[in-house]
Design a protein around this ligand. Structure first.
Ligand code: ADP
Ligand code: ZN
Length: 735
């Protein structure tokens, strides 16, 4: 008896917590809490994990640790001086992991991307000119002294960068006494956005939407609004009022954007409305900015954050509103690492945190549209453009009747329209969703086609870079002059168009016009991208040739003509979302036209003008499109009327992948509400040397598909060696 009491008292005197570590695991690990350390769930800690120390989060107290294990547990290393993750964020991590079947640690990892230095910002070192010039002068030293010649304190790394010297050059001059080192005072935080800085005059139509936005923000409870407004109707100005209201209430707003590189104009507009730019969160921040922004977000010093999908997982101190701009955009679906849809998970976060959320789009996703029709979301509509501008008029050009000349891609009617636009000193945009010069290169002598050696894909000719490139794995090779198969010379032909080839054609047709290609592979940095977009906005380009990068959210005041070079490109590849995506993309890209003055026009080059998507676009009849698409989805039991999940099996050789996929399918639990289709070889059968098979799981809407999959996979064959099984709930891609 005595003995038992003593043992239990020692085991309770040393406390244990369960910690979630940011690695690909679901379970938590137990650690002992050193004497003198107080830990609560949510606290951010450093713990030993194997040979490393990792930053992790206390997930729960462990009141009854197994006494036999106790002595083998390791101690928590350190409690970090950052705000704890709130229960709502921990609940989100658990929810997302359960729903998507992603390892909980991987989801947690997205909340902890705080850069290299945590906690209070580390002091920065500054240098200034202090003494005599050095005895030995070098060009590098001279440049550095030049930069510092104002006698002021400069950040050490900034000075080195500006002078183009290494930090060693600075250290050398410090040793000689020419420079002195001093701690830099921390940069003052930016002033907060001012909700009353510059409110615009709203039109009558906008005013009722603004009222709805303010009421939503003021409600401070979970509520989803679909801000459904045509391109150029002022959605941004309108949802800014929800943000203003949220700032007044002292709470934070998160604005999610599909593509952060494209937000330059947005940041400026925000500053015009609120006096300062918002804080940004995306993968291209420098580690220092990342650390600073993470701290500002978690300490509640960032009233408004604009970011890509990963910003959803930040530890906001007091989130009061989420806005998802271009909510239909497929870039919100993350398909590497954890598969999740940031728009859907944003609604989940709003629900858990009991806050309002605004989904904004000119072409809502079918899912959101159905939710609005059923009254689950509040529709806030802006049916016409601001300032009396008309919606662009859209015409189809039937390529069967008016084909372009051989080897060309711009039809005579489109060329004529471009000529008119240029004569009127307006801009034209040629849209083609294909990077590079040509999607295929072929030997005219022997028929040899250049394919990637490790992917099931043709190599795309990139003339600007002078290489043939695989778009799936990044493999590239110089474009040869001789066919590697038959050794014929000058026999290689480019087949089909890409944006680079279109530029060549446009330049030949309009030799005096200034052309510019906008394509993600040609962007070297966010800054150059933003600079190029500004050049276009300022009218220094006549013909813009772009991929879907140009479709998103820009205002080009002088752009009135949009020509879609291949409107059929995204259709008819067996993808259940092809029609929706094509409708949204083409609507959006043509919506760039005629936003500020004059009448916008859009031309669709197509082989199938009778296709429902083309007809709806030409008739500007979005009702017709939604009605037919919703009906088809309902009939087929596709989302949102049913649920889908993909299982993707891959391995280094085909038989291994195929037999695993078959064994997996064979043990799928029977359930009359659920259909398992496949396995079938994936349309993209090989990527990076991995052979791929897909299973599609389809269920009724009210089925917990995640739970079904979890049970199935738990009882199914286990992946070994280089076999890999990926689970994709709510797939957007079927390749
Ligand atoms: P959307 O996001 O719906 O495409 P925007 O918010 O970009 O539309 O608005 C289109 C253009 O109209 C922008 O240049 C915007 O500044 C302008 N605009 C919209 N509403 C107003 C307003 N009430 N007052 C002044 N300009 C406005
Ligand atoms: Zn490849």
């Amino acid at each position: 008896m005595d003995h038992v009491t003593r043992e239990s008292s020692t085991s309770t005197s040393t406390r244990v917590v369960d910690v979630l570590v940011p690695v690909a695991l679901n379970q938590t690990y137990s650690y002992r809490v050193p004497r003198g350390m107080e830990l609560e769930p949510g606290d951010v800690v450093a713990v030993p994990l194997g040979p490393r120390e990792v930053i992790a989060v206390v997930w729960a107290q462990n009141p009854k640790p197994d006494p036999r294990l106790h002595n083998r547990l390791k101690d928590v290393g350190e409690k970090l001086d950052v705000p704890p993750l709130k229960p709502e964020l921990r609940a989100l991590v658990d929810w997302v992991s359960t729903y998507t079947l992603s390892a909980r640690g991987m989801v947690l990892r997205m909340t902890l991307r705080m850069g290299e230095n945590l906690g209070p910002e580390r002091m920065r070192t500054g240098v200034r000119l202090a003494g005599e010039p050095p005895r030995r002068m070098t060009p590098a030293r001279r440049r550095l002294i030049e930069v510092l010649s104002d006698g002021l304190l400069h950040g050490k790394s900034e000075a080195a960068r500006e002078a183009g010297v290494s930090s060693g050059v600075i250290d050398g001059l410090v040793d000689e006494g020419t420079l002195e080192v001093e701690a830099m005072p921390p940069a003052p935080p930016p002033p907060p956005p001012d909700p009353d800085y510059a409110q615009p005059e709203f039109s009558r139509q906008q005013r009722s939407a603004v009222d709805a936005m303010r009421a939503l923000a003021a409600s401070g409870s979970f509520h989803v609004a679909l801000l459904d407004g045509v391109t150029g109707s002022g959605k941004t100005e309108v949802y800014f009022e929800a943000i203003a209201e949220t700032i007044r209430r002292g709470k934070q707003t998160l604005i999610l954007m599909p593509e952060i590189a494209l937000t330059g104009q947005f940041l400026d507009r925000f500053a015009q409305r609120f006096g300062v730019r918002p804080i940004e969160w995306h993968s291209e921040l420098t580690p220092r900015t990342r650390a600073r922004n993470w701290a500002a977000i978690s300490e509640g010093k960032a009233p408004v954050v604009v970011g890509a999908r990963s910003a959803l997982f930040m530890p906001y101190a007091d989130l009061g509103l989420i806005v998802v701009d271009e909510e239909h955009d497929q870039a919100y679906k993350q398909d590497d690492g954890a598969h999740y849809h940031a728009r859907d998970m944003a609604v989940v976060r709003a629900h858990i945190a009991k806050i309002p959320i605004v989904l904004a789009s000119a072409t809502p996703s079918i899912e959101s549209e159905v939710n609005a029709r059923k009254g689950r979301y509040q529709r806030v509509a802006l049916p016409s453009r601001f300032g009396g501008q008309h919606m662009p008029q859209i015409e189809a050009i039937d390529l069967r009747r008016a084909p372009p000349p051989r080897g060309r891609f711009i039809s005579p009617p489109l060329a004529e329209q471009i000529r008119f636009a240029i004569e009127k000193r307006e801009q034209a945009l040629l849209f083609l969703n294909r990077r590079g010069y040509a999607p295929l290169t072929l030997c005219r002598a022997c028929g040899h086609r250049f394919a990637c050696t490790i992917c099931d894909a043709w190599l795309v000719d990139h003339r600007f870079r002078q290489r043939l490139v695989c778009h799936h794995c990044g493999f590239s090779m110089p474009r040869p002059n001789i066919c590697p198969n038959c050794a014929a010379e000058e026999s290689l032909a480019a087949i089909g168009p890409g944006v680079e080839r279109l530029q060549e054609e446009a330049a030949a047709l309009f030799p005096d016009a200034r052309t510019m290609v906008l394509s993600s592979d040609l962007i070297t940095s966010i800054e150059t991208m933003r600079a190029e977009l500004n050049e276009i906005a300022e009218g220094r380009v006549d013909i813009i040739i772009g991929t879907q990068l140009v479709a998103k959210g820009h205002n080009f005041p002088r752009l009135n003509l949009v020509g879609v070079v291949d409107a059929d490109l995204g259709l008819g590849n067996g993808d259940p979302r092809a029609a929706e995506r094509t409708f949204q993309l083409l609507n959006q890209v043509i919506g760039r036209a005629g936003r500020e003055q004059g009448r916008g026009v859009g031309f669709l080059q197509t082989h199938q003008p009778e296709h429902p998507v083309m007809k709806a676009l030409v008739a500007s009849d979005r009702e017709a499109f939604y009605a037919s698409e919703i009906e088809q989805r309902e009939r087929a039991g596709y989302p949102p009327f049913g649920r889908l999940a993909s299982l993707i099996v891959s391995a280094g050789d085909r038989p291994t992948a195929e037999s695993f996929a078959r064994r997996l399918a064979a043990v799928a639990p029977l359930d009359e509400r659920i259909q398992v289709l496949g396995p079938a070889e994936a349309p993209l059968a090989v990527i990076k040397g991995r052979y791929r098979f897909r299973l599609l799981v389809k269920s009724l809407r009210n089925v917990d598909l995640s739970e079904y999959l979890r049970e199935w996979l738990a009882g199914g064959p286990k992946t070994k060696g280089n076999l890999k099984l990926e689970v994709d709930i709510d797939p957007q891609s079927f390749l």
